[in-house]
Design a protein around this ligand. Structure first.
Ligand SMILES: Nc1nc2c(c(=O)[nH]1)N[C@H]1C(S)=C(S)[C@@H](COP(=O)(O)OP(=O)(O)OC[C@H]3O[C@@H](n4cnc5c(=O)[nH]c(N)nc54)[C@H](O)[C@@H]3O)O[C@H]1N2
Ligand SMILES: Nc1nc2c(c(=O)[nH]1)N[C@H]1C(S)=C(S)[C@@H](COP(=O)(O)OP(=O)(O)OC[C@H]3O[C@@H](n4cnc5c(=O)[nH]c(N)nc54)[C@H](O)[C@@H]3O)O[C@H]1N2
Ligand code: SF4
Ligand SMILES: [Mo]
Length: 598
């Protein structure tokens, strides 16, 4: 018998899955679903079935029964203050049911983001709300600009939608899609804001802006003109690593066409990430790319937009980026691996070690489970009921339990156990919560879709109600010439700007889903620097050090190192800086010194 479910891994695609019989012997994508294209990825076909699960709960390193473990959890929560730190290991909405318990015990949650928060804030500044550009609009585009997104790795099911289009890639790395693209701008990291402003400046110069649309939907476009004028062309193009010829070619792909920008998290892993998205949106607005067929900016959308969330609670919160773990007696880590995935791991691990009751609730052993006093195995998404929203498309899917295993406890059962143990009332049934989510959805021929779905987003205008105007970016206070952290200025050599340190890129890997599954262990570097493959290099930043072997990679700019984010220890190098807007982590706000240690 065939059953269907959906992949709950943190991924743009949120694939629909067809399962033959119950034993997961055959799983495949659903050919009829608009996203799946009938194929899943290697993580779902293989890794998830091979990865060793935590089978038994542990307390103080000793295996115990689930009941004993839950009693230890109860005891831990009797001591306050307590914190719930939730990761994104499972994207199902039922993950948040544990909020209801935290609310009852006056516990603390987190705010902010390790992921897309800076970019999201920039989008909200311009458009008021972050709506997802539907897939059927992407298909109608003539040009697609892939801007800081590694589509073939992180968003593989987008590829069929890009067939036959002019592809332009803006990325410091010559990614697989860059190799196939009509044009690749191999930009210096952290300069995307400037590129968007320069393009806008040239569009004004040649009068290619969409004036009728601007008059109706973005009347401050004259102030934006003034704002772009304040940016010096020559110095900025040099800083970005481009020239007038390249800008000219790029403009040929943008003017008078249906253009979609596919923007990834790569452009916004910086303190200035919100301004970057706001500048890219401003460029799109100038070209009149909102509210029209085949046009728009596709970033990670707000998947909960339009829903009333039954798990929304009024708890105190602390930062998810600079979490002060040691302020809490009890910390529940659910669906995450903060000891590896948060920035500035040295700080994080020190803090975690001083927590009296660290509870790890997850599927696999990792840097966090090994520090925990209580280890509680979870159920994976094949083993429980849930609802999957998506930040990449409009479809909402029911996650069905397709297999029954004796290990682990679901988030709902965990919450229910604690409600009962503490004598709290008012927790509804699991089905009723799932129903609450599903009944808010719209439906089309493929099933549920987001209640916020609009066939052509922002067609009538911006803001919640669609009656506001687009707001252009009008300030940026990060003048690169003055950003000493990033540029060592050597005035002796005729004002030449030089820096021997490297940018640190830490993108996603195709072997893993963040820190789940296979881990990498190399630093990618351009062979031009003369280090042989296998040389052990010590990487240092102001936050910590990490030793890794060199792997040659000619796809990188010479001023960049690449250490994928699944590499143990990579975040010892990264700062716990919070973005200027959006309370987001800034993993690439750092420069690295290398030293040959063998
Ligand atoms: N240097 C660097 N660091 C980064 C990034 C980067 O680009 N560079 N990216 C950041 C981004 S975008 C993100 S989203 C974060 C992700 O960081 P985290 O949210 O910490 O994600 P993971 O490290 O993958 O850990 C997920 C864990 O969830 C558990 N899990 C899976 N399914 C379930 C379930 O159903 N229930 C429970 N209870 N547990 C489950 C698994 O055991 C797994 O170990 O990492 C960030 N870290
Ligand atoms: N296989 C796999 N898929 C995943 C994940 C995974 O771990 N593995 N993680 C999921 C998660 S949590 C997320 S958030 C998404 C993120 O998916 P993406 O948005 O694709 O994010 P990244 O892979 O971090 O980086 C994207 C690209 O940005 C480029 N880049 C880095 N710095 C800059 C810059 O300053 N400017 C520009 N223009 N480009 C830059 C990198 O070279 C890289 O090619 O992927 C999801 N999908
Ligand atoms: S990880 Fe992404 S691509 Fe792979 S099956 Fe899940 S949703 Fe699809
Ligand atoms: Mo993410």
């Amino acid at each position: 018998m065939k059953q269907t479910t959906a992949c709950a891994l943190d991924c743009y695609d949120a694939c629909k899955i067809v399962v033959e019989e119950s034993a997961l012997r055959t799983i495949e994508g659903d050919k009829n679903h608009p996203v799946g294209n009938g194929a899943l990825c290697a993580l779902l076909n293989k890794s998830i079935h091979e990865e060793e699960r935590i089978a038994k709960p542990r307390v103080d390193g000793v295996e115990v029964s689930m009941d004993e473990a839950m009693n230890a959890v109860k005891k831990a929560f009797e001591s306050s203050p307590s914190l719930l730190w939730r990761g994104s290991g499972n994207m199902g909405v039922m993950q948040e049911v544990t909020n209801l318990f935290m609310e009852r015990i006056n516990g603390t949650l987190t705010h902010g983001s390790l992921c897309d928060g800076a970019g999201d804030a920039g989008i909200v500044e311009g458009r008021g709300v972050n709506r997802t550009l539907p897939l059927e609009q992407i298909v109608k585009a003539e040009t697609v600009v892939v801007w800081g997104r590694n589509v073939t790795v992180t968003n593989a099911h987008m590829m069929p939608f890009l067939e036959g289009k002019n592809i332009v890639v803006i990325d410091p790395v010559q990614t697989a899609i860059a190799k196939k693209a009509a044009m690749h701008v191999q930009i210096q990291p952290r300069t995307d804001y400037y590129l968007a402003i320069m393009l806008s400046r040239f569009i004004y110069m040649e009068d290619s802006q969409d004036t009728p649309w601007l008059e109706e939907f973005a009347s401050d476009h004259e102030e934006f003109y003034e704002f772009t004028q304040a940016h010096r062309i020559k110095a900025i193009l040099q800083y970005i690593g481009t020239d007038l010829g390249e800008i000219g070619r790029l403009l040929n792909y943008l003017r008078h066409q249906k253009v979609v920008f596919l923007v990834g998290t790569g452009v916004q892993k910086y303190s200035t990430g919100a301004s970057t998205l706001h500048a890219i949106d401003s460029l799109a607005a100038l070209l009149g790319l909102f509210g029209k067929e085949g046009c728009g900016v596709h970033y990670l959308g707000n998947s909960k937009l339009g829903f009333e969330n039954p798990f929304e609670v009024a708890c105190k919160t602390v930062s998810k980026v600079t979490t002060p773990f040691s302020d809490f007696t009890t910390v529940l880590v659910q669906g995450g691996n903060p000891a590896a995935s948060m920035p500035n791991s040295n700080r994080v691990c020190q803090e975690l070690e001083s927590v009296e009751n660290l509870i790890y609730f997850g599927l696999y052993e990792n840097e966090t489970s090994k520090r925990a006093k209580i280890v509680l195995p979870a159920k994976n998404f094949f083993e429980k009921e849930d609802v999957r929203l998506s930040y990449g498309h409009q479809y909402v899917q029911k996650i069905n339990q397709v297999v029954q295993r004796d290990i682990g406890i679901s988030e709902y059962d965990f919450t229910k156990w604690l409600f009962d143990a503490f004598g709290f009332e008012g927790l509804q049934s699991e089905e009723s919560y799932i129903d609450t989510w599903l009944k808010q959805c719209k439906e089309d021929e493929h099933g549920y879709i987001s209640p916020a779905y609009e066939a052509i987003p922002y067609e009538s205008g911006f803001g919640e109600e669609g009656d506001d105007e687009f707001v252009f970016i009008d300030e940026y206070d990060d003048d690169f010439i003055n950003t000493k952290r990033f540029t060592k200025v050597r005035t002796s050599e005729k004002n030449k700007i030089e820096d021997e340190r490297f940018w640190l890129l830490s993108p996603k890997s195709n072997k893993s889903l963040n820190t789940q599954f296979k881990r990498d262990n190399k630093v990618h570097m351009h062979p031009k620097h003369g280090y042989k493959e296998g040389t052990l290099l010590k990487l240092s930043s102001e936050y910590g050090t990490l030793e890794l072997e060199v792997k040659h990679n000619v796809d990188l700019r010479e001023d960049c190192l690449m250490v994928p984010n699944n590499t143990p220890g990579v975040n010892r190098l990264t700062p716990s800086v919070v973005s200027d807007e959006g309370e987001s982590a800034c993993y690439q706000e750092v420069k690295i010194v290398v030293e040959d240690v063998g």
